[in-house]
Write a protein that binds this ligand. Structure first.
Ligand code: SF4
Ligand code: SF4
Length: 99
Protein backbone atom coordinates (compact mmCIF):
# COMPACT_ATOMS: atom_id res chain seq x y z
CA UNK A 1 0.00 0.00 0.00
CA UNK A 2 1.31 3.45 -0.85
CA UNK A 3 1.37 5.69 2.23
CA UNK A 4 1.00 9.44 2.41
CA UNK A 5 1.57 11.76 5.34
CA UNK A 6 -0.64 14.79 5.64
CA UNK A 7 -1.31 17.36 8.32
CA UNK A 8 -4.98 17.77 8.98
CA UNK A 9 -7.26 18.67 11.87
CA UNK A 10 -8.48 15.71 13.90
CA UNK A 11 -11.81 14.66 15.30
CA UNK A 12 -11.29 15.42 19.01
CA UNK A 13 -14.37 13.45 19.97
CA UNK A 14 -17.59 12.22 18.51
CA UNK A 15 -20.82 11.46 20.34
CA UNK A 16 -22.37 9.47 17.48
CA UNK A 17 -22.16 6.14 19.29
CA UNK A 18 -24.26 4.37 16.64
CA UNK A 19 -21.65 4.99 13.96
CA UNK A 20 -19.45 2.07 12.86
CA UNK A 21 -16.31 4.24 13.17
CA UNK A 22 -17.05 5.29 16.74
CA UNK A 23 -15.34 3.53 19.65
CA UNK A 24 -15.53 5.09 23.13
CA UNK A 25 -16.54 8.51 21.76
CA UNK A 26 -13.61 8.67 19.34
CA UNK A 27 -13.68 8.40 15.56
CA UNK A 28 -11.42 5.71 14.11
CA UNK A 29 -11.91 6.33 10.40
CA UNK A 30 -8.74 7.40 8.57
CA UNK A 31 -10.38 10.62 7.53
CA UNK A 32 -13.91 11.93 7.39
CA UNK A 33 -15.79 14.24 5.07
CA UNK A 34 -18.06 16.91 6.45
CA UNK A 35 -20.96 18.65 4.96
CA UNK A 36 -22.72 19.96 2.02
CA UNK A 37 -22.50 23.65 1.16
CA UNK A 38 -24.71 24.85 4.01
CA UNK A 39 -25.05 21.98 6.47
CA UNK A 40 -22.10 20.45 8.42
CA UNK A 41 -23.29 16.85 8.70
CA UNK A 42 -20.76 14.01 8.88
CA UNK A 43 -20.88 12.36 5.46
CA UNK A 44 -18.81 9.43 6.72
CA UNK A 45 -21.40 8.40 9.33
CA UNK A 46 -22.33 4.75 8.89
CA UNK A 47 -24.82 3.15 11.19
CA UNK A 48 -23.60 -0.31 12.12
CA UNK A 49 -21.13 -2.50 13.93
CA UNK A 50 -17.90 -1.07 15.31
CA UNK A 51 -14.83 -0.68 13.10
CA UNK A 52 -12.64 -1.95 15.94
CA UNK A 53 -9.66 -3.27 13.94
CA UNK A 54 -8.31 0.27 13.56
CA UNK A 55 -8.89 1.42 17.12
CA UNK A 56 -5.45 3.06 17.37
CA UNK A 57 -6.24 5.33 14.43
CA UNK A 58 -7.74 8.78 15.06
CA UNK A 59 -9.64 10.39 12.21
CA UNK A 60 -8.60 13.54 10.42
CA UNK A 61 -10.88 15.89 8.49
CA UNK A 62 -10.11 14.94 4.92
CA UNK A 63 -12.51 17.43 3.37
CA UNK A 64 -15.25 19.81 4.37
CA UNK A 65 -17.79 21.14 1.89
CA UNK A 66 -19.44 23.58 4.31
CA UNK A 67 -17.97 26.72 2.85
CA UNK A 68 -20.12 29.03 5.01
CA UNK A 69 -18.16 27.96 8.12
CA UNK A 70 -15.55 30.45 9.35
CA UNK A 71 -12.98 27.64 9.68
CA UNK A 72 -13.37 26.63 6.04
CA UNK A 73 -10.72 27.71 3.55
CA UNK A 74 -10.92 26.51 0.01
CA UNK A 75 -13.18 23.60 1.03
CA UNK A 76 -10.77 22.37 3.71
CA UNK A 77 -11.13 22.62 7.48
CA UNK A 78 -8.57 24.88 9.17
CA UNK A 79 -9.72 24.42 12.78
CA UNK A 80 -7.22 22.77 15.16
CA UNK A 81 -9.69 19.98 15.77
CA UNK A 82 -13.42 19.44 15.69
CA UNK A 83 -16.08 17.84 17.82
CA UNK A 84 -18.91 15.85 16.31
CA UNK A 85 -22.25 15.38 18.03
CA UNK A 86 -25.78 14.33 17.36
CA UNK A 87 -28.47 16.84 16.43
CA UNK A 88 -31.74 14.96 16.33
CA UNK A 89 -30.73 11.77 14.52
CA UNK A 90 -27.84 13.20 12.51
CA UNK A 91 -24.10 13.47 13.23
CA UNK A 92 -22.95 17.07 12.83
CA UNK A 93 -19.76 19.07 13.22
CA UNK A 94 -20.36 20.97 16.47
CA UNK A 95 -17.34 23.22 15.82
CA UNK A 96 -19.15 24.79 12.86
CA UNK A 97 -19.48 28.56 13.17
CA UNK A 98 -21.08 30.77 10.57
CA UNK A 99 -18.69 33.25 8.92
S1 SF4 B 1 -20.18 10.14 12.91
FE1 SF4 B 1 -18.45 10.81 11.66
S2 SF4 B 1 -16.97 11.62 13.14
FE2 SF4 B 1 -18.42 10.36 14.28
S3 SF4 B 1 -17.48 8.33 14.40
FE3 SF4 B 1 -18.84 8.36 12.59
S4 SF4 B 1 -17.53 8.92 10.88
FE4 SF4 B 1 -16.45 9.48 12.75
S1 SF4 C 1 -15.26 23.38 11.78
FE1 SF4 C 1 -16.23 24.19 9.94
S2 SF4 C 1 -14.71 23.85 8.30
FE2 SF4 C 1 -14.18 22.48 10.01
S3 SF4 C 1 -15.23 20.56 9.58
FE3 SF4 C 1 -16.60 21.75 10.91
S4 SF4 C 1 -17.96 22.82 9.48
FE4 SF4 C 1 -16.17 22.13 8.29
Amino acid sequence: MKKITLEMPVVRNCMASECAYNVNSACHARAITIGDATHPGCDTFLKGLSHIRQIQQIAGIGACKTSICKFNEDLECMADNIQVGMIKSEANCMTFALR
